[in-house]
Design a binder for this molecule. Structure first.
Ligand SMILES: Cc1cc2nc3c(=O)[nH]c(=O)nc-3n(C[C@H](O)[C@H](O)[C@H](O)COP(=O)(O)OP(=O)(O)OC[C@H]3O[C@@H](n4cnc5c(N)ncnc54)[C@H](O)[C@@H]3O)c2cc1C
Length: 113
């Protein structure tokens, strides 16, 4: 079988699918094909991760990594709200002192749905 497309994206993880979505928005008439070696989307890391929206505070505040993480965090939250997807907006407690670690763990547990 022969297919023709303007854009061919290989890999239907979150990156490939996000690129496909962005292309569809930017180039509405374009033919976009996403292929994957697996029988469905998000078969690997994208479908088997911890599901955390990282805040980006592990990176230097002015680095691109921190900026992209913050921007991506906002964009993903917006997307979830728009699509009515479940989002647990708990906060993260970061502990640097082993003495208060158990207290922090308890607070984290309270956030779980
Ligand atoms: C255990 C774990 C926990 C994580 N937790 C988090 C988290 O909490 N928060 C977070 O933000 N990130 C987390 N991550 C990272 C995050 O999941 C990945 O960064 C992200 O899913 C990568 O997406 P991707 O689309 O690049 O890759 P993938 O999801 O791996 O997608 C790549 C796709 O390409 C396909 N492919 C590969 N080779 C070929 C080929 N030759 N031909 C056709 N298709 C091919 C694969 O089948 C796959 O579907 C975690 C990762 C792991 C492993």
């Amino acid at each position: 079988m022969e297919y023709k497309a303007d854009y061919l994206i290989i890999g239907a993880g979150i990156i490939g699918l996000a690129i496909a979505r962005e292309f569809r928005n930017r180039f509405p008439g374009a033919e976009i094909i996403v292929i994957d070696k697996e029988p469905d989307v998000a078969y690997h890391s994208s479908g088997r991760n911890s599901g955390v929206l990282h805040a980006g505070f592990y990176y230097s505040a002015d680095s691109l990594k921190a900026k992209f993480t913050r921007d991506g965090n906002r964009a993903m939250k917006e997307y979830c709200r728009e699509k009515n997807l479940k989002l647990n907006e708990c906060q993260k407690v970061e502990c640097r002192n082993s003495k208060i670690k158990s207290k922090c763990k308890m607070q984290k547990a309270k956030c779980k749905m």
